[in-house]
Design a protein around this ligand. Structure first.
Ligand code: ZN
Length: 282
């Protein structure tokens, strides 16, 4: 339905899976750069990054973010680096701080949502402060839509000049207590986005078993894909993914099965209206 190449984003680590869950999850910066490089070679053009502490817990260590940024820029030419501003147990100042390293992108959740056993807090004053930081640092946000209201909030904020366009939105489905992986819900949100922000781009991320389902729906609807061990650690019910690259290959196969081409990093930058080359790491 579209000739636009497909961006495959890889969420390499997240804040949940531990080595005890899968040895494939990269937790040290060196492991993260290595895993990203394999994923890049398999077709990923964007990497979504969380960092961990020595006990594998969620961390906001800016030095670790810097190591990953530097390593990916050295080993994966042109790849888009996106930092998470979420992560469990991190305070608001800590969540904002890594944006000062000027990654290409960062995540921007525009509302609060329940997760399976916790709350993901994004109160209005924090969302506005985060949005203003993205503008001040010239970092492009990826709007994280965990619930329908977050889509409308993002569009209002862009109308108010708090988020620079064109918007890039990620619909996240399959998290208990948030949006289920329902085709009707995705189609409605995609249609609303097209009506209200016609120049926007979008990605769909499915959690667990929903990962592959969302690939198919996004490909049918002209969206981009997210995969990676943050969202799903299995290839199928009985098989663990051996690496992030393993999951990227599944996503790339889904593209080819629908005659959609996988975007190079340079193409991904053009589609997302990012500068053609990453800035050098200071
Ligand atoms: Zn994340």
């Amino acid at each position: 339905m579209t000739d636009t190449p497909v961006i495959i984003a890889v969420a390499i680590t997240g804040s949940v899976p531990r080595k005890a869950d899968t040895v494939a999850v990269p937790v040290t910066p060196a492991e993260q750069v290595e895993s990203t490089h394999e994923a890049f070679e398999a077709g990923a053009s964007l990497v979504h990054v969380h960092v961990r502490d020595d006990a594998e817990g969620p961390s906001s260590d800016i030095d670790r973010f810097a190591l990953v940024l530097e390593g990916v820029r050295r080993h994966c030419p042109g790849m888009i680096v996106q930092f998470s501003t979420g992560g469990r147990g991190r305070d608001y100042d800590e969540r904002i701080a890594p944006l000062t390293l000027k990654p290409d992108m960062g995540s921007l959740a525009t509302g609060t949502v329940n997760f399976p056993t916790s709350i993901y807090p994004n109160p209005p004053d924090f969302v506005e402060r985060l949005a203003r930081t993205f503008q001040a640092q010239s970092v492009k946000p990826e709007i994280e839509v965990f619930d329908l209201s977050m889509l409308y909030t993002a569009i209002r904020m862009s109308e108010e000049g708090l988020i620079d366009g064109p918007l890039h939105v990620q619909f996240v489905m399959g998290i208990r207590n948030a949006l289920p992986a329902r085709r009707e819900a995705l189609d409605f949100m995609v249609a609303e986005l097209a009506r209200l922000a016609p120049d926007a781009t979008w990605t769909a991320a499915g959690i667990g078993r929903a990962q592959r389902v969302l690939h198919d729906w996004a490909l049918e609807q002209g969206g981009h894909l997210r995969t990676g061990l943050e969202d799903n650690i299995r290839l199928d019910r009985n098989t663990m993914a051996s690496s992030n690259a393993d999951l990227v290959r599944v996503a790339a196969d889904a593209c080819r099965a629908r005659d959609r081409r996988v975007a190079t990093a340079a193409e991904a930058r053009r589609i997302l209206c990012l500068p053609p080359h990453a800035a050098a790491v200071a």
